[in-house]
Design a protein around this ligand. Structure first.
Ligand code: ATP
Length: 307
């Protein structure tokens, strides 16, 4: 079995009457990118905080970088909380060095690394100006650099894409991939599926405090049947009887959507009946469709953040 950077089973966490976590379990192989997906209020933040030891579970167990007491692994973890916040009067270089010092770096080493990280992120010009003068996206990037300055083995990022424009989201994806290429493990939460689809080896989909799905993106998509989209030259004919009753032609281009399962005899009947098949494509369900089916409610689909 692969080395696991994070593992948990049966995590339950109540806040008064609310059961925020209702038996969450997950396993994150070392060196992978793992997404925790779920709609608003699903329990993503509570899951991450419980894994990190910021919250203690009412029951269940977790192990993080081999530690049953997560705080003992704190220096090897980089955590981007959902609430962002840096001292507005600090400069990016000082803020990053300060965050590094909280994880055991000397301030001098933190400053040295901060300068290099800011240069790499294209923020070298802003290294010495107060954070209050930066855009929200720049400030968020600075905070993120503060979570990696001590070169953690595990990055835990709570909704890291939230509040970033498309360019900065892409940069962040690059930064996450670079961390993994250097040997780190990344665990992040999101309610925006596109990021998980592009980045993650495996995902855990949660809703109402419970795990609805755990596996690869491809496996999530395989939960729904594929469809066949076909267009015929003619709109009608005796062959129409071979189509299922719900295979409705769209507009006047005679385009039909059919379940892929059991398509062969239908195609044979269409060919024999002279329907004149012009195009035929197999459409796999998107992760978004699979996600909606798994959580049973609409969720944000595109890159533009809905939060
Ligand atoms: P979002 O995407 O909206 O941030 P989430 O998936 O991160 O949501 P959580 O923040 O973990 O969800 O919240 C899960 C549930 O637990 C919600 O019903 C929330 O109101 C409740 N909850 C979370 N933290 C607390 C708290 N400190 N006190 C009381 N209730 C809480």
């Amino acid at each position: 079995m692969a080395d696991l950077a994070v593992e948990a089973e049966g995590l339950v966490k109540r806040f008064g009457q609310t059961r925020a976590l209702d038996g969450i379990g997950l396993a994150v192989p070392a060196g992978s990118i793992h997404g925790v997906l779920g709609p608003n209020g699903a329990g993503k933040t509570t899951t991450l905080r419980t894994l990190l030891g910021i919250l203690d579970p009412d029951s269940g167990w977790r192990r993080i970088l081999g530690q049953d007491k997560p705080m003992r692994a704190a220096r090897r973890i980089g955590y981007l909380p959902e609430e962002r916040g840096l001292y507005p009067s600090m400069t990016p270089r000082e803020a990053i060095a300060f965050l590094g010092a909280l994880r055991g770096l000397t301030l001098a080493e933190g400053r040295r690394r901060a300068t290099a990280l800011l240069d790499e992120a294209g923020l070298g010009h802003a290294a010495a100006q107060p954070i209050r003068t930066l855009s929200k996206g720049m400030a968020q990037t600075v905070q993120l650099l503060g979570t990696i300055v001590h070169r953690p083995g595990l990055l835990v990022l709570d909704e890291p894409f939230s509040g970033l424009d498309a360019i900065n989201q892409q940069r962040l994806e690059g930064l996450i991939r670079a961390q993994v290429a250097q040997g780190a493990t990344v665990l992040f939460s999101t309610h925006v599926i596109a990021h998980a689809e592009r980045l993650c080896e495996r995902i855990t989909v949660i809703a109402k405090g419970g795990v609805r799905f755990d596996g690869t993106v491809a496996e999530a998509r395989d939960r729904l049947p594929s469809r066949v989209q076909l267009r015929t030259r003619h709109g009608d004919g005796p062959w129409r009887g071979a189509l299922p009753a719900d295979a409705v032609a769209r507009d006047r281009d005679w385009s039909f959507a059919l379940p892929a399962d059991g398509i062969e005899p239908i195609l044979e009947a269409l060919i024999a009946g002279g329907a004149g098949i012009e195009t035929l494509a197999i459409e796999r369900p998107s992760l978004h469709e699979a996600f909606v089916a798994l959580v049973g409610e609409p969720v944000a689909q595109d890159q533009a953040d809905a939060a």
